[in-house]
Structures are given as structure tokens and as C-alpha cells.
Design a binder for this molecule. Structure first.
Ligand code: GLU
Length: 915
């Protein structure tokens, strides 16, 4: 009995335990696999934004998770099934708990099938016409979208309309719309637009124009929508007479710039609200700054990105209640993740608020959501109402009242530009008109960017006109010849009426003004020279000579000799400079003059080098010369020191040309040119200034130096000994990007760029007025700053000319060292000679052979620790050899006035050298 009770107790405990663990864990346990959660993304778009959003979503989700999610992204080629399955299997082998798939229909289906077999949660982000379990589809149910479209049609009260659909994929929506109307409903025409069918959409669009229908519902992919709308505009059905409903939830993410002012009534839907804080955060993640236009789209977050973001967050939320043990799945085996479906079911039961609104599933499908109704206005897309799946089909859709932020454009003015469509001609010239680089295919005006392109866009916003950019085929600015009445280039296109406006770096000239009209200048400039920056010279051995010119050095040398000679002569002339050599002898038979010629030189040298010489002039005349010399050397040495510091720290720069005259005189053999048929060339052709006439002659004789455009010129200037006459604004643009270039000299003239139009155009005043407003509000200078100093600069502007002190090295001071070495060698040589001569004289005086005397002296010199030298006896005659001379000049030089210690320790002169 006891045993039975014990068994019942143990069984009871076991049951309790199972209940507890069952409540905590849905997934059960798997052995031997990693304890982390990995989410995979197979992306087939080249755009990197989707990866950034995936990363961001994982980062945000990980903030609240105890076991963080790891993201694993791999890219596949669009529609490549083989590559997709290979990469998917690779992912599965590493252990994946959920997958977001590619966008191509065939590959997405393939991934879906593999995931179904392997029981890996596949979270579908695409519109699926026939959704079926056990997958989760984040895309709002397309049948509900059909309901929303029907509600808007009802609210607009359209008696008839045309549905334009792109492919069979969208037939579910088309069917649903038609089913939602009863027999008394509007007349519906259904047409297919398909690029593959007709090559373009024009034929189907023409049919709409010829039919009575002016209400159109477009149901198709977002990729083809911009081109469809542009072609519709060209056919003439994007006007205020036409109304459109766009059945695509990505309408907010396309560029409507080209049709923005068409006044057609275009309504769309969006599920992603740009006002949502998380959406704003995501926009920042993609690198857009708040307040800056998102490349002309209303909101850059596409539905794909928003659904991916919400999908990751939903997965993370579910994973909090699920005990994970990821399994590594092999595609080639029977294995599958046993609890994958459990996780998927749990995801299907979760609800949350995401960037796409409330997320709640019914059999894996999102049936409940809210859409914002948006309408195109001249200031972009504006929210006009909300539609919700809760809305009763019988009740009326209510529109919010809104005040569009659009500029109130005057349409009753006869000369108004509102709704006018202009063809704007531009030349590809940096940064006025440039091709936009993008990883996606761009169409229409979206292909171009630049200062001129933005200026036209801003004028269009102000004046309400539509425009289509055209690029001039050979980028020729053009000219007009009044005498022959012929024109070329862009000017000709305007004069012959093929285009309405022309904008680029098009200079207003009197010649051109005779054929076309220009607006007021939107930018002022002048001709200048573009050339390479002065080159640094390599350091020189004798750079210590640089502070003074050659002439100064030469005159310094002459002054030194002159002063020494003056001292010598003046000293000989002046009685005060004759001294008694032995003051104790009251009446000396000899007087000495210290200013021998060599002493004079020595005195000048001491002063010049700011040292002393122990020679002091006594006579006023010599003292005056000495004072003036001291003053002179003080100034010279100070100037030298100051200038030397500058020379040694700042590298010297040299350029063969410094202004237009240098070019005209062909200095440095620099070749030069201009744009072949531009205003600069004309400037030299018509000028009567001798220098410019000389330049014109050179240019006429060297037509090969005239270039097609500024881009070619920049390359030539950089690579050859070539200077280019370029307009100052373009020079400024180029020197911000090529740090080796600079502007040489000042501007040769003053002029401006304008927008050209047909002579006597009625729109000139309106354009001038708008340009003035843009100038006064500082918009144009901001634009200039943006296109010159911000877009694509390489930091040259930030760099100041290098003037920081460089270390002084041997390159700089080698010359001084060289001189010092040479001086030392000469001094040594001189010392040896002097010593040899002294030995020789001594041998003569002592009447001993030179060789013997030399040996003795050398032995004595070699005894490095012996500091006493016995004075050898000398004959009296050697002392009195010159005593017959009454007035004797004596060297006061310490080297010659050698002393030696006698036995009493007193220093006595042993020799007097006479000159
Ligand atoms: N802006 C000039 C023109 O309109 C072209 C460039 C140049 O001649 O330097 O012709």
C-alpha cells in the first residue's frame, strides 16, 4: 500500500513538473545545437537600404531580448532559382529560426516551398494573391485593398472608370473591385498595360484618351508606375480633366516631380505614415537628414522595408515566449525543424503595433489595418483621409479637410506659367547639369541633377510650370551671327523653337542677346586662368644664402672691403693710431700701428659676425667708420636672421606664370586655350586690348589647343604644361575638387549666366521676378554652396596652404656645415703649414738640420701630457732685424703674437711678425 502511495506521489510530482515546464516552453528541447536565434534575409535588390532596415530592426528588437537575435543577410540575383536555393540551404545549415525572402515571384515561391518542407518559419512580405497556411503574410490582404479602392470610387461618385492593371498577379484585386459594385454601379472598363505586350504604354493610354472615361484606377507594380505616369502625361491625359486612383501602397515612395503641377487629381493609399516616430527614425537610418527632401519622394520608406521591419519585431516579440534551440538543417536529408510550425503558429497569434499600423493575423493573413488616403498637390503628397478595414461598406468614406501647403498660384493671369509645359535644354557641364549616379534605373528628369536642374525645379515650384529636361547632343553653347543671321548650338535650338528654355553655364553676351532673350543673371563671374598650383622647390645646399639677393651679397662684400681699406688708410693717416709698443720706455724709438691691412679686415669681420676682435680704434675718424659699420652690420644681420627664419620654414613656391601677360609673353613655354565655341573664345576674338589680341592670335594659330569642354581642360591642365582660360565659377568648382589646381591672376572681365529663351518671350518677366525672389531669399547662394562646396568635394577647400614650420634638417643647413668643414680643413692646413714654417725658421736660427728639428718638434707635439716648452735661444740679430724702421706696423693677432713661458713663469713675446 505504501509502495502504491509512493508511486502515486511520484507520478503526481512528475505531472506538476510537466505542467510547469509546459507553461514555460512551447518549443521543447533539442540537443546539441546552438542556443541563439538567427534570422535570415535573402535579398535580391541591389539597393542597400533593405539591409540597413533589417539591421536596424534586429538592433531595435535586441534591446528587449535576453537572447539576442543574430542577423544573417545574403544577396541573390533577382529571379535566379539555382543561386537562391544554394544560398538558402547554406543558411539552413548554419541554423536559422526564421527567413525573410527575395522579392522575385519565382524565387520567393521556391524559398517558401523549401521552408515549408523544412518547417522553417517563412515570413512572407509580398502581395500574395492566394495566401495559404502555414505561412505568415505581412502584406495587407489585397482583397481589403480592393475594398479601399471601391470606397474611394464610391465617395468620388464616378459614373464610369477604367481599370488599368499590369499583370495577372493583380487580377484578384481587379475581380474584387468589380464584384464589390452591384448592377447599378459604374461602368467599368478593364485594360491591361504591359511593357512586354506593346513595348511602351502609349497605345493603351491613347485608348483611354479617345474613350469618354476620364477616371482611371491603376493597379500594378511600383517599378513601372513612374514611366506609366510620364507617358500618360506625354499622351495628354495627366491634366485637370483626369482623375486617378493608384492601387499600390508604395505610391508615396516615387518621384512625382514631373507631374506635380499637372493639376490632375491623383489619389493613392499608404500604410506607412511619415509622421510616425519609428518611421522618422528609419528614415534617419537610411542616411536622410530631417528637413532635407528625400530625393524628391514623399517618404523613402517603401512598403517592403516597413513590412520587414515589423516582421523582425514581431518575430522577436514571439521569441520571448519560446525556448530556442536552433537546428542545423540539411537540405539534402529528410530532416526538418520539428518545432518550426509551433513558432509560426505563435507568430500568427501575436498582435502588435508596428510602422505599418496594427498587426493582427487571421489564418496568417492581415485582414485588419488602416490606410491613409493621399492626394498629389503642387507641394507633394498630402493626406486627405483615412480608410479602415473596420469601415462598414455601406457607410460613406469621409475625407479630412486639409489646406494644401501648395503655393497659391495665380491661374487667372494671362501670362501665368501655371500648367505650362516647357522643354528645358541643358548641356552636361559640372555642376550645372550632370547625370545622376544611381544603382536603380532612373527615368525622366530624375536622371539629371546639378545647380541648373535644381534652379529650374525651384522656379517650377514657384511659377507652377511642368518641365522636361533635354540634353544638348554635342554640349555646344552656341553663338548668333547677326550679319549672316545664323546660329549654332543651344542658341540655335532656342531660336528655332525646338526647346523653350536653355540653362547651363550659358554666358549672357551681346551677340547672343541679339538672337535670344536672357533672364537676369543668376550668377556673376569673369574669365580667369586655371593652372597648376605653384610647385615646391627642392631644398638647396646653400639655402642659407637665400635671404639676400645676389646683388646684396655682392655689395655687402664690397662694403666690407671698402670699410677695411678706409680703416687702414685712415689709421695710417691719423697720428692717434700710432702707439708706443713699450709704455715703460718714455721715449720709444719705435711706434706701432695696430691697423695693418689684415688687422683692418679682421676688425670688419668681427663686427660683421657680431663678435669682438680686441682691436679698438682710437682716432675719431676710425671710430666713426667703425660705428657706421657696426650700425650697418646690426641691420644687415637682423634682416638676415629674420628672413632666414622665413626662408627655412616656408618652402619656396614657383610658378612660371603669374598673370595673363606672362601667358601672352609665352613665359615658361606654357601652352593655353579656351572652350572652342564659348563666350571666352569670343571675348578674345572681339577684344582690342593688345595683350588679348596677342592671345587671340595664338589661339587662332593653335586651334588644337581649343577644347570641347571644361572637363577636358581640367585633365589637360593637370597632365600637361597647359593653362586654360575658364570662367571663375567653374574654376572655383574645379579647385574644390582637384587640389593641385589654382586660379592664376585676377578676372579679365565681368559677366553673368542667364536662362535663355525665345526672343520677346512673354515669360521673361515672370522668370526674372522668381529669380530675384530666389536671390533675395538667399536660396541661390545656398544652392551654390551646396553644389560647389558640398556635393562631391574632395576636401581641397578645407585645406589651407601649408605654412607650418618644418623641421630644419641637413637639407636646409648642409651648406653652413659644408662651409664650416671647408673652413676647418683650411685652418688645419694653414696650421700645419704655419707650424712647418716656424720649425723651418727655428732650424735656420738654431743652425740645425730641418729634419732633426722637425723630429724633435714632432716628438714634443706628440707628447700630449706635456704642457711646458723650453724656449730655445735666439740670436739678437733676429730681434733687431727690422729695428732700423722708425715707424713699424705690428700684428696684434693672437695667433701670431705667440707667447711662451720662461723659467720665471712670465710671458714674453718670442716673435714679432712684420708686414
Ligand atoms: N559659359 C561659356 C558660354 O556660355 C562657355 C565656357 C567658356 O567659354 O569658357 O559660352
Amino acid at each position: 500500500m505504501k509502495l502504491l502511495l509512493l508511486i502515486i506521489f511520484i507520478f503526481h510530482c512528475y505531472l506538476k513538473q510537466s505542467e510547469v515546464s509546459g507553461a514555460q516552453s512551447y518549443g521543447g528541447r533539442f540537443s546539441g545545437f546552438h542556443n541563439e536565434i538567427t534570422l535570415g534575409l535573402l535579398t535580391d535588390t541591389k539597393n542597400d537600404d533593405i539591409r540597413k532596415v533589417f539591421r536596424k530592426a534586429v538592433d531595435v528588437a535586441n534591446r528587449d531580448l535576453s537572447i539576442p537575435i543574430r542577423d544573417y543577410t545574403d544577396s541573390v540575383q533577382y529571379g535566379n532559382i539555382y543561386e537562391t536555393s544554394k544560398k538558402l540551404c547554406k543558411m539552413l545549415r548554419t541554423g536559422i529560426s526564421g527567413i525573410f525572402g527575395p522579392t522575385a515571384r519565382n524565387t520567393a515561391k521556391h524559398v517558401m516551398n523549401i521552408c515549408d518542407t523544412k518547417e522553417i518559419p517563412f515570413i512572407d512580405l509580398r502581395m500574395e494573391e492566394n495566401p495559404f497556411s502555414p505561412r505568415i503574410n505581412m502584406y495587407p490582404n489585397p482583397l481589403q485593398l480592393a475594398r479601399a479602392i471601391q470606397a474611394v470610387i464610391k465617395a468620388y461618385n464616378w459614373p464610369s472608370f477604367t481599370i488599368l492593371y499590369e499583370s495577372s498577379e493583380y487580377l484578384t484585386i481587379v475581380n474584387e473591385i468589380t464584384n464589390l459594385f452591384d448592377q447599378d454601379g459604374p461602368i467599368i472598363t478593364i485594360r491591361k498595360y504591359d511593357l512586354q505586350l506593346y513595348g511602351n504604354y502609349r497605345s493603351v493610354l491613347r485608348r483611354i484618351r479617345t474613350s469618354k472615361d476620364n477616371s482611371v484606377v491603376i493597379i500594378g507594380s511600383i517599378e513601372t508606375l513612374p514611366e506609366l505616369l510620364i507617358q500618360a502625361q506625354q499622351i495628354g491625359i495627366i491634366t485637370d480633366q483626369y482623375k486617378y486612383i493608384i492601387g499600390n501602397l508604395d505610391f508615396h515612395s516615387i518621384n512625382l516631380e514631373q507631374i506635380q503641377f499637372s493639376e490632375a487629381n491623383i489619389t493613392g493609399f499608404r500604410i506607412v505614415s511619415p509622421e510616425n516616430e519609428e518611421v522618422k527614425e528609419l528614415i534617419k537610418t537610411l542616411g536622410y537628414d530631417e528637413g532635407i527632401e528625400f530625393r524628391n519622394v514623399s517618404c523613402p520608406i517603401t512598403l517592403d522595408m516597413a513590412l520587414l521591419y515589423d516582421g523582425v519585431k514581431l518575430f522577436a516579440k514571439t521569441s520571448e515566449d519560446f525556448q530556442f534551440q536552433q537546428e542545423m538543417i540539411d537540405c539534402n536529408s529528410e530532416s526538418h525543424w520539428k518545432n518550426g510550425y509551433t513558432l509560426l503558429n505563435l507568430i500568427g497569434l501575436k498582435t502588435m503595433d508596428g510602422v505599418t499600423g496594427k498587426i493582427i493575423f487571421e489564418n496568417g493573413i492581415r485582414n485588419e489595418f488602416q490606410l491613409e488616403l493621399i492626394e498629389m498637390t503642387t507641394s507633394g503628397l498630402v493626406k486627405i483621409g483615412t480608410w479602415s478595414t473596420d469601415l462598414d461598406p455601406s457607410s460613406e468614406l469621409e475625407f479630412e479637410r486639409y489646406v494644401p501647403e501648395a503655393v497659391q498660384l495665380e491661374t487667372n493671369d494671362e501670362l501665368s506659367l501655371v500648367n505650362k509645359s516647357f522643354i528645358v535644354l541643358t548641356a552636361l557641364s559640372n555642376p550645372y547639369g550632370m547625370l545622376k549616379s544611381s544603382t536603380t534605373k532612373l527615368v525622366g528628369n530624375d536622371r539629371y541633377e546639378g545647380f541648373g536642374v535644381e534652379l529650374i525645379q525651384r522656379l517650377a515650384e514657384k511659377l507652377g510650370f511642368n518641365y522636361t529636361f533635354q540634353i544638348h547632343k554635342d554640349n555646344q553653347y552656341g553663338a548668333y551671327n547677326v550679319e549672316t543671321n545664323t546660329s549654332t548650338g543651344m542658341i540655335r535650338e532656342i531660336m528655332e523653337g525646338r526647346v523653350d528654355l536653355a540653362i547651363t553655364d550659358l554666358t549672357i553676351t551681346s551677340q547672343r542677346e541679339a538672337g535670344v532673350d536672357f533672364t537676369i543673371p543668376f550668377m556673376n563671374l569673369g574669365i580667369a586662368i586655371l593652372y597648376k598650383k605653384p610647385q615646391k622647390e627642392p631644398p638647396k645646399l646653400f639655402s642659407f644664402m637665400d635671404p639676400f639677393s645676389k646683388e646684396v651679397w655682392m655689395y655687402l662684400g664690397l662694403a666690407y672691403l671698402g670699410v677695411s681699406l678706409s680703416l687702414f688708410i685712415l689709421a695710417r693717416l691719423s697720428p692717434m693710431e700710432w702707439d708706443n709698443p713699450y709704455p715703460c720706455i718714455e721715449k720709444p724709438i719705435e711706434l706701432e700701428n695696430q691697423f695693418s691691412f689684415s688687422n683692418s679686415l679682421w676688425f670688419s669681420t668681427g663686427a660683421l659676425l657680431q663678435e669682438g676682435s680686441e682691436i679698438a680704434p682710437k682716432a675719431p675718424s676710425t671710430r666713426t667708420v667703425a660705428s657706421i659699420w657696426w650700425f650697418f652690420t646690426l641691420i644687415m644681420v637682423s634682416s638676415y636672421t629674420a628672413n632666414l627664419a622665413a626662408f627655412l620654414t616656408v618652402e619656396s613656391l614657383s610658378s612660371p606664370i603669374n598673370d595673363v601677360n606672362d601667358l601672352a609673353e609665352n613665359k615658361g613655354n606654357v601652352k593655353y586655350g579656351t572652350v572652342a565655341n564659348g563666350a571666352t573664345r569670343t571675348f578674345f576674338q572681339v577684344s582690342d586690348e593688345p595683350t588679348y589680341m596677342k592671345i587671340n592670335e595664338y589661339l587662332t594659330n593653335n586651334p588644337h589647343l581649343l577644347l570641347k569642354n571644361n572637363v577636358e581642360a581640367v585633365e589637360k591642365v593637370l597632365n600637361e604644361n597647359y593653362a586654360f582660360f575658364m570662367e571663375s565659377t567653374s574654376i572655383e568648382y574645379n579647385i574644390y575638387r582637384k587640389c593641385n589646381l589654382t586660379q592664376i591672376g585676377s578676372l579679365l572681365d565681368e559677366k553673368g549666366y542667364g536662362i535663355a529663351m525665345k526672343k520677346n518671350s512673354p515669360y521673361r518677366d515672370k522668370l526674372n521676378h522668381a529669380l530675384l525672389e530666389l536671390q533675395e531669399s538667399g536660396v541661390i547662394s545656398k544652392m551654390k554652396n551646396k553644389w560647389w562646396k558640398e556635393v562631391g568635394t574632395s576636401g581641397c577647400s578645407a585645406k589651407k596652404e601649408q605654412s607650418e614650420a618644418a623641421e630644419l634638417d641637413m637639407d636646409n643647413l648642409g651648406g653652413v656645415y659644408f662651409v664650416l668643414s671647408i673652413g676647418s680643413i683650411i685652418a688645419l692646413f694653414y696650421g700645419l703649414v704655419d707650424w712647418t714654417v716656424a720649425v723651418f725658421r727655428q732650424s735656420r736660427k738654431a743652425h740645425v738640420p730641418f729634419k732633426q728639428e722637425f723630429k724633435e718638434e714632432f716628438k714634443f707635439v706628440s707628447q700630449l701630457n706635456n704642457f711646458t716648452k723650453t724656449v730655445k735661444p735666439t740670436t739678437a740679430s733676429s730681434y733687431s732685424r727690422n729695428s732700423s724702421v722708425t715707424m713699424q706696423s705690428t700684428e696684434n693677432d693672437s695667433t701670431n703674437n705667440k707667447t711662451s713661458a720662461n723659467s720665471n713663469g712670465k710671458a714674453l713675446p718670442t716673435r714679432i711678425s712684420n708686414f
